[in-house]
Design a protein around this ligand. Sequence first.
Ligand code: PYC
Length: 335
Amino acid sequence: MARTTFKCIDAHTCGNPVRVVTTGRPDLIGKTMSEKRQHFLNTYDWIRKGLMYEPRGHDMMSGSFLFEPHHPDNDFSILFIETSGCLPMCGHGTIGTITIAIEEGLIQPKTPGKIRMEAPAGLVEIEYQQTNKKVDWVKLKNVKSYLAAEDLTIECPELGELVFDVAYGGNFYAIVDPQKNFSGVHDFTASKLIQYSQIVRERINKKYPNAFIHPENDTIRDVSHMLWTGDPINPDSSGRNAVFYGDKAIDRSPCGTGTSARIAQLYAKGKLQPGEEFVHESFIGSTFIGRIEEETQLGDIKAIIPSIQGWAKVYGYNTIIIDDEDDPYAHGFQV
Ligand code: PYC
């Protein structure tokens, strides 16, 4: 393999990084993006590690590759990459990728202002607003989202027993609301929440094996993310979160799939109605606007289609070399 060069365009979505890789994309086998995701993970995972891990990336790094669509009505397909693998769906990654792709001319939507994107988790319909060359905002209608389980319990170091719900919004989230042993995200540092999340996520998947599997795609399984909630910093926001993903990351954006899962949880509990806005604040105070667009079914499960709106800023062009004959850390490392 020796030396491979990847051209990338870097942006952040409300504070969280998105690295779109524009050259060096591998040819993937599969009839859908979900099948191609499996091929990438089995065959080309060194690319993800090299581009996401230190020293070329960091704990929060995430990105994407763009592919041809599998259906002629759609504009493109996407493979998400981040430190822990390839997510079935990523909201902040979508907002950042669309902003980069439109501003840099990587895709030409069939209908300007509207994009149909094939993600491994399913079709995502997108709208965006552009002024001159800049994308002002991106709004995505996410995949069907639902509450998968409620009032489960797990033991958390230092805090004791925690009650949590599990909801799906493109990934499975364990959602911990303020309760007797957890007063809310405002009382904790990011590093404390990371420490708890690493242990609690592992314990949840051990205590509830095979409990969380997507009904239509069994490659999407288990709790991959934790969403801790609490009061917002800005009184105009509806709520704040700390989303744990990867191995050591708290999302700097309000998290698109996390917001979708949160909205699905609130909907199932009768706390959010279709059409009502849910302004979700990230750990650093940036916001996404979430909304229930539609009530729907996923087989027997009562689900919703949520929308998420946010912005991203392009900040750099990056040519990254991975040379495993020259660099002992060509494929990155994690500490
Ligand atoms: O925005 O969906 C999201 C996301 C997932 C992990 C980090 N951000």
